[in-house]
Design a protein around this ligand. Structure first.
Ligand SMILES: C[S@@+](CC[C@H](N)C(=O)[O-])C[C@H]1O[C@@H](n2cnc3c(N)ncnc32)[C@H](O)[C@@H]1O
Length: 268
């Protein structure tokens, strides 16, 4: 069985390193500190779907190193709170906010989002979460919390890259899960939970191709910088992450694992 591999501490702890920056630029086209399967096009689609504006209060669940949340705060002018369990990610996010003069608009806190969310009812205009909820046990409870803290008429969006589309071997599941805790969902399960939480106007968009593309580019960009990355991560972690990325590419390009974007609103 593949051993555990670290992705997030390494990616966020070495955010400023030239090699990691170059890998992000080559993988995503623009460096927003990503560790997700969100392409540049999807990054642009998210604020439109959520109808973000200057007056929006926005919550990001699993903000990672903060780059995307800060990009939205800068571009749209909205106010944003980001939560993530990873300490180096949250530290990096707050440092970036300070460096970019966005601290009064955006703040980041270390928080396990499987707990009750630390906000009042009806607090946010929009909530989003890019490739995070698959790490969280108890999806109905998270969706219930998202519903509770959204204002009437508020919008939510999340992506799930672990919807089962075909047969998977136990080795493939182990390699795909080698970077942490994961929940795999049967098709239709997210839709049922979203409805049960009370949301309306649901839209589901197939984004499997984005995971297939990003995993391939990420693997290739890392391979090109193997010497620098091995010096930072060590050989075992480097090879483990490469196996993880190849596995994502194979499973998504063969549509045995699917990635969907779920969008819904709270009744006004
Ligand atoms: C695939 S990454 C996506 C990060 C970011 N959304 C992006 O687009 O780059 C998943 C993120 O979920 C965070 N995460 C995992 N479990 C979590 C939990 N229980 N509570 C909060 N964040 C969590 C990880 O630390 C990581 O930053």
């Amino acid at each position: 069985m593949p051993q555990k591999v670290d992705l997030y501490d390494t990616a966020y702890g070495n955010y400023e390193s030239q090699a990691y920056r170059q890998v992000r630029v080559e993988t995503y086209g623009a460096d927003l500190g990503q560790t997700s399967w969100v392409t540049a096009q999807e990054s642009e689609e998210i604020p439109r779907l959520l109808e973000l504006s200057l007056n929006s209060w926005v919550l990001e669940l699993g903000c990672g190193s903060g780059g995307y949340g800060l990009h939205l705060a800068e571009k749209v002018g909205c106010r944003l709170v980001g939560l993530d369990i990873n300490a180096p990610g949250v530290r990096n996010a707050n440092q970036l906010a300070l460096a970019r003069g966005l601290s009064s608009q955006a703040r980041f806190e270390q928080f396990d989002v499987s707990d009750n969310l630390p906000f009042d009812d009806n607090a946010f205009d929009a909530i989003f979460s890019n490739d995070v909820l698959c790490h969280i046990p108890g999806r109905p409870r998270v969706l219930g919390e998202m519903y509770r803290i959204l204002k009437p008429g508020g919008r939510m969006l999340f992506s799930d890259a672990l919807v089962i589309g075909g047969m998977l071997s136990h080795e493939e599941i182990a390699t795909r899960s080698s970077i942490g805790f994961y929940v795999y969902s049967p098709p239709g399960e997210n839709e049922r939970f979203i409805e049960r939480a009370g949301f309306c106007r649901m839209r589901v968009i197939d984004k499997t191709e984005n995971a297939a593309q990003i995993s391939k580019r990420w693997h290739e960009a890392r391979e090109k910088r193997k010497r620098e990355l091995v010096a930072i991560e060590g050989n075992v972690n480097f090879e483990g992450l490469q196996r993880f990325l190849s596995c994502v590419h194979i499973l998504t390009s063969e549509k045995r694992l699917l990635r969907y974007l779920y969008f819904a609103s709270k009744n006004s």
